[in-house]
Design a protein. Sequence first.
Length: 131
Amino acid sequence: MYHASVESSEMVNIYSGNVTLDNKGEATVQVPAWLETLNGDFRYQLTCIGGFAPVYIAEEIGHGQFKVAGGKAGMKVSWQVTGVRQDAFARAHPLQVEVEKPANERGYYVHPELYGAGKEKSILWATTRSR
């Protein structure tokens, strides 16, 4: 399984889509079976398209689906679900938002060319020059 990266202060995955509400102003959104295994602490966002309605999450994610309600029949709703990763790698390597650079890497860059500097300002150069 491959995921793209989103910059965040948490290790999260984002899923999104659109759904059309039925004649009761509701819709059940199917999500992949693995979504609940890979993620937890879900956050939801809903946006009505073409009009306003007090849409809400009627049922949170469970058994591969969640339910949207509160809209008008035929209304299109854009949804986004963010889940905090809870897989083995995420648990073993929690995200550290700020990490102090080792003293021998300070003043050097991973990609010095992006800062108008030469290769002698690369972290690789700085950490291997004494070998």
